[in-house]
Write a protein that binds this ligand. Structure first.
Ligand SMILES: [Zn+2]
Ligand SMILES: [Zn+2]
Length: 177
């Protein structure tokens, strides 16, 4: 998303946009996040105070049952952009000196790309495990059947709480040295 600074008025403005942000997941697969971006920009002379709200969605297989699922990501960030005044001599922007919350631009600059910040803020909010629904039962670990839609004849799925008790019992049985 490119912000055209010289088109902003000397006041508060709302700018909205829809963008597709792509990222590679751990398997190297490309995912496309459809993101709605809302910017609230307050301009005071050559300083811009930007608040961005991000609302993104992407389709992915459920991490438990592998059926299609949708991941919904919400994120936001704040940014201060300072443009050098026209009468000052300013060195070109040092990319290394830029930090995420504050950007300094040379006097002539008219555009600012928010792509990097939008990407970073979206990707950092992606949950480790994405499920098609909260109560997804996943796949049977023995036969692979989708337990949301079918039952299987594998060993009874014991309540995991009993497993915990059972392993406690086993620990008690081991002879002490
Ligand atoms: Zn699922
Ligand atoms: Zn099974």
């Amino acid at each position: 998303m490119i912000l055209e600074l010289d088109k902003l008025s000397n006041d508060t403005e709302q700018v909205a946009a829809d963008e597709v942000v792509t990222f590679e997941d751990v398997d190297g697969k490309e995912n496309r996040i459809h993101c709605h971006i809302e910017l609230n920009i307050r301009r005071v002379a050559e300083t811009y105070l930007i608040h961005a709200d991000l609302d993104g969605r992407f389709a992915t297989p459920c991490h438990r049952c592998l059926e299609p699922a949708e991941c919904h990501i919400k994120s936001s960030f704040d940014l201060v952009v300072k443009k050098a005044s026209t009468d000052a001599k300013v060195p070109p922007v040092d990319e290394d000196a830029r930090d995420d919350a504050m950007v300094s631009l040379p006097a002539g600059a008219t555009e600012l790309s928010l792509d990097h910040l939008i990407f970073e803020n979206l990707v950092s909010e992606i949950p480790m495990q994405i499920r098609c629904r909260d109560e997804c039962k996943g796949l049977c670990s023995s036969c692979g059947v989708n337990l949301n839609t079918a039952e299987c004849d594998c060993q009874p799925h014991t309540d995991p709480r009993w497993n915990a008790l059972r392993s406690l019992g086993r620990r008690d049985d081991t002879p002490s040295k």
